[in-house]
Design a protein around this ligand. Sequence first.
Ligand code: AMP
Ligand code: MG
Length: 399
Amino acid sequence: MIEFEEALSMILKNTGILPAEEVPLDGSMGRVLKEDAYSGIEMPPFDKSAVDGYAVKSSDVKKIPARLRCLGLIQAGEAFGRRLARGECVKIMTGAPMPKGADSVVMVEDSRQQGKYVELSRSAEKGENVCFKGEDLKKRQKVLQKGIRISPSHVAVLATIGIPSVKASGRPRVAILNTGGEIVPLGKKLGRNKIYNSNGPMLSALLKADGIEPRFLGIAKDNVRDLKKEIRRGLDTDILLISGGVSMGDYDLIPSVLEGMGIKKIFHKVNIKPGKPLFFARRKNTIIFGIPGNPVSNFLAYLIFVRPALNKMRGCQCGKPGFKEGVIETGFHSKLGRKHFVLVEVLKRENRYYLTPVTSHGSADVLALSKADGFMAIGPHTGVIKKGSKVGFITWKKI
Ligand code: AMP
Ligand code: MG
């Protein structure tokens, strides 16, 4: 049996990087940017008003109230042809270009229009309420670094500089297959001796949170014919996730079915708890994870094995599970011999993470999972962890 680190490195070694694609900005969310992005324009491209108000010469509103002659109105998107002389102002809308001769804007809230004149009850410093040309972005300025995962705020920056499409990582195609004669889809009546399919929706949710729209292959019964048929349907993907059927039971058929289909086993079993019977295989460019059926094992396997592979595929520099260091708040006993992943609550205080183990009945205890924020990882040779010791952990939350 191999150790966690070796399993991870074998998975990554068998995972290829998908070729980059030109994708419309609208479909770029969650992908990795493959080229630095530079602005071809200045932002803002012209001096503009930040508020609705009156464009003035600040020298005209030193003494208030000030009475100025109003020359007209500038709408956003339009220009104003005349230059302001002393004693003059122009009504201006947010986002409209500043007229020549004006250097600041008094907000409309501080004004009273009196026919062709306006009384301003507030002075303005030079530059007040004006956004200056190029103050946010200079021409040829680098705005995004290649390698980042594109988020909604990155989309905003790219749209602002007028980029309709970007070179981004290919999007991994991922399929989910759940197995087990006892597994019932949601919406169906739960018959005797059956349980609902929690792995399917859970894995799908994890993938969606990572920007992947998975294909759901359904629930296969534990017989060779069904399994073969469903697995075949998933072989045109980059990642096939199979839950259940990889342990030592008489109906744990996944390893033999895959091998019977000529699919090459890379490893079976990793020295971790939970999730020891993990099966990993590869067929051409498809990597296949056979994950032991309990939901907490599936969740953990996703965090520590599937996500790093997914990230490598899309060329993200985050190709390792992100372990951080925390301080354990209560003493803990771990069984020797296996790397143990324990559900913990994580609290952050003054830039340090504090971990408290969550009471759990084992790897089927989904309620315990829902109360936890992460897994702390205890090495195979550590038995007793004293309160206050430092421990590595991985979290799926922003803490
Ligand atoms: P297996 O790996 O097939 O031996 O399954 C291990 C345990 O996980 C069994 O108790 C199964 O009933 C349970 N299990 C398997 N698949 C699922 C699933 N999709 N949702 C919830 N529990 C499951
Ligand atoms: Mg099963």
